[in-house]
Design a protein around this ligand. Sequence first.
Ligand code: NCC
Length: 276
Amino acid sequence: GHKLSGPELLCQLKERVVVTTLTSDLKPFSGLPWGPQLPPRPLTSDLGPFKSCAVVSSAGSLRNSGLGREIDSHDAVLRFNAAPTGGFEKDVGTKTTLRLINSQVMASDDHRFLSSSLYSAGSLVAWDPAPYSADLTEWYNRTDYPIFQQYQRYRRLHPQQRFYILHPRVEWQLWDRIQDNMAEAIQRNPPSSGLLGTILMMSLCEVVHLYEFLPSHRKTELCHYYQRFYDAACTLGAYHPLLYEKNLVKRMNQGPDLDIYTHGRVTLPGFSTFNC
Ligand code: NCC
């Protein structure tokens, strides 16, 4: 069929992906004893709007990028999972406004989610791969990892920190946009944290800069900038439809192609800045 242009794709995302987080008034949470631990309002009512934002992928190609100062110059910075700033400031900056974490990170012993100070900067947003057509109650009863148990524990230990859970509908509304814009059938797994975080920032910011989501000339098989582990699947995808996500982002990029090559930088407009 007809291949959508960048602006048309942006409009589809704006109109068909409703970025929101769980609130304490939603069923089944409203009827649960711990339900009031959830925020009363969604993240988009509590945070922003920001002028300029950075989304820092965890890619190995950030190593020796020297992008830290540029990343810190943004009004808000989003990081992922266990990606640290300490020891990597020159390349990834120091500021953390938001951290998007998958439920695997929350649950695995390796990441010491409940006790590590890595997670104490900024606000947290967690997500868990929900079944495609599940409602909240079905998902609640069979999450991939024990996201709700860990959420309750973390809230008790860190009651002052803002902590949201992404509404699982967002995953599949975004997945539908990817599938609709690809000729072949893609795996029915949710988008990566990288694309989920990008959409989140597009609903909070006037302009969003992604770093090393589309790899620069530093492209490497090094998986993360913070770990000595090599696997090309980190950049190209295995479980997540990452290659398709990157194809969409490339089409929506409003910055020069040279920015990708030199800085691994993509520029996307915030949803509030364009009409469809
Ligand atoms: O690797 P991960 O992602 O934490 O990276 C965050 C986001 O950065 C982008 N990325 C990362 C590495 C790379 N070489 N290129 C990239 O473009 C991706 O957009 C990615 O989403 C995840 O999406 O949550 C993921 O989490 C890891 C892992 O669970 C955490 O890092 C905790 O250890 C997943 N890895 C495994 O399950 C082994 C990964 O598949 C996706």
